[in-house]
Design a protein around this ligand. Sequence first.
Ligand code: ZN
Length: 293
Amino acid sequence: MGWLVLFFFSSCAFATFLPPNDLYKQDRILGFDQTTMTEGEFNQVIDRVYSAMEPSVRLHGGVLSVSRLWTDSTVNANSMQFFSQWHVNMYGGLARRPEMNQDGFTLVMCHEMGHHLGGFPFVGNFIGRWAASEGQADYFATQVCARKVWAESKAENAKYRFDVAPKVKEKCDESWKNQDDQNLCYRIARGARALAFLLHTLKKDSDPDFSTPDPLIVTKTNTTYPSVQCRMDTYLNGALCGTQFDLSVIPGRTKLGFENGITGEREAAKYSCFKTAESDLGVRPACWFKQGI
Ligand SMILES: [Zn+2]
């Protein structure tokens, strides 16, 4: 394979939200009344995430484009980069899932933006040399992207205070002292719950629940899809992390590729939560991330 061909494949590799699946067979494209999201709402979610994240893509020399594939039954979302073209595909088949709602769909697009902007740890092979790993894309979705998208929606966020799971309330209140921040944390967790139930439909793992975190401790960072429970834990922990991310930086990314070793980890530690002797609040969960390479 020639260098150019290899480069083409490496740059075009898709970074997706879900493993390949056949849920598209259940999609009833004409049965729009069955669904919880309209095409207008689908577009509105995409517009909001785009507005929040596009300036950062531009800052990194990219041109962000989104394909709004409302009539496509694929139950997924994916991303690619080809030189300065940074692309996201959003499918109606995913938006029409009964488990999905607008907040869950926001987190899906935020996951895709996480592949582009989340940085260390990366997928870690030549094929995915630009893309943050699955766990990192989930973490970025709640630590950075959803917080930015919903930061000013204070009245809407406040509604989530009246219906928050006890474990989520306990954790969010431990991390955030300000009521607006707490409300935002509750809302992010609620969106994450919708996603976890969709993932559960696919994988048939045991029921995901915020009060039963995945006990797995990996000895090496898993750059592919963690378990459903582990992904839910990651979403919650991202929402709990109070360290400020800097969207002018993609931690660990270099001109020609990425740093997936200790240099990358040190970069990431400046902009996200890492375990210390005192606290593990808001860290990337040990069910997929091995801290200290
Ligand atoms: Zn992904």
